[in-house]
Write a protein that binds this ligand. Structure first.
Ligand SMILES: [Ca+2]
Ligand SMILES: [Ca+2]
Ligand SMILES: [Ca+2]
Ligand SMILES: [Ca+2]
Length: 306
């Protein structure tokens, strides 16, 4: 079961629990959440999936993993807007017009993206101009998919609608691989956002050999990547950083935070199947002014079918 589906089930379970708890207490508390239909909100989006003999859940086990949703104030009016990625169809951007009403501005904004297999989006002001940019993960180099990730840089905001151009190539972020999610964070604390690209693997782990066979190896499509921001162009530093980048990564989620309170951001990565979670501690090497992350050897947790 994939992470998103399981998360949804867990969320529904929690909601049911608290509903029963409230009812069990004999109270008549009104529900805290209300389901709003697309007719009321204008959020008309569907991640429509269509299997074929060439591409289906049997040869792509994450077929039903879903797309992704990014939230941010894309037009700088103080209201949170939404950007949905569709696996097989065009992505959509909705501007929040207040009162939980949204307007589809996808075409004006230029963010429909490629009709490949989009896997999610991350929001960051990459060029520090006060306008949010969007990084969209794509699946590349598998069957009929030959895409690379897209970086939508916001060029202007006119009449409440942002306008974007794909600048993945000049930024060095036109990565080709099996993208799960990109995380932007300043790992070397030099003031600009760097990037960690979390990827998935395509084949069930039972088809691989023992894990020890892959120690120290690097897979160009499935391996996770660490990208350093060198003044607006990104340089891969995965191997130097000691980041595990093998074919058996199966990345599901990644988050950054200073776990050990030493001032340097750390990474916590959730992986599918038997590949254990990773924790990366980022700190400068002894005697060096250059900051490079190092991987902690001790796994924290084993996640199965998340
Ligand atoms: Ca807004
Ligand atoms: Ca920007
Ligand atoms: Ca940085
Ligand atoms: Ca730290």
């Amino acid at each position: 079961m994939n992470l998103k589906l399981k998360t949804r089930i867990a969320s529904l379970g929690a909601l049911l629990f608290f509903t029963l708890l409230i009812q069990g207490c004999g109270g008549r508390t009104r529900p805290q959440f209300q389901l709003l239909r697309k007719d009321a909100t204008g959020l008309d989006f569907e991640n429509a999936l269509k299997q074929s003999s060439e591409f289906n859940v049997f040869n792509f086990m994450y077929f039903y993993n879903g797309g992704g949703l990014a939230a941010g104030d894309f037009n700088n009016d103080g209201l949170v807007d939404l950007y949905f990625t569709s696996n097989m169809g065009p992505n959509k951007m909705f501007i929040n017009e207040g009162g939980l009403k949204f307007r589809d501005v996808t075409e004006e904004a230029g963010v429909a993206g490629r009709l490949g297999w989009s896997t999610g989006a991350s929001v960051v002001d990459l060029n520090n101009d006060g306008m949010l940019d969007i990084y969209v993960g794509q699946m590349g180099d598998y069957k009929s998919f030959h895409d690379q990730n897209q970086l939508f840089i916001c060029k202007s905001i006119k009449d409440g609608v942002p306008n974007y151009e794909d600048e993945a190539i000049p930024y060095g972020l036109d990565l080709v691989g099996f993208s799960t999610q990109a995380l932007f964070f300043d790992y070397d604390l030099d003031g600009d956002p760097d990037m960690f690209q979390l990827n998935f693997s395509l084949h069930a782990n039972g088809t691989f050999g023992q894990k020890k066979l892959f120690v120290g190896t690097k897979h160009p499509l499935s391996g996770d990547k660490l990208m350093r921001n060198d003044g607006g162009h990104f340089t891969e530093v995965t191997v130097d950083a000691g980041i595990n980048s093998t074919v058996i990564g199966y990345g599901l989620g990644v988050v950054a935070g200073d776990v050990n309170l030493d001032g340097w951001p750390d990474l916590y990565i959730g992986n599918d199947f038997r590949h254990q979670q990773h924790r990366h501690r980022i700190r400068p090497r002894r005697g060096s002014r250059r900051c490079e992350p190092r991987r902690l050897a001790r796994p924290l947790h084993r996640q199965r079918f998340s």
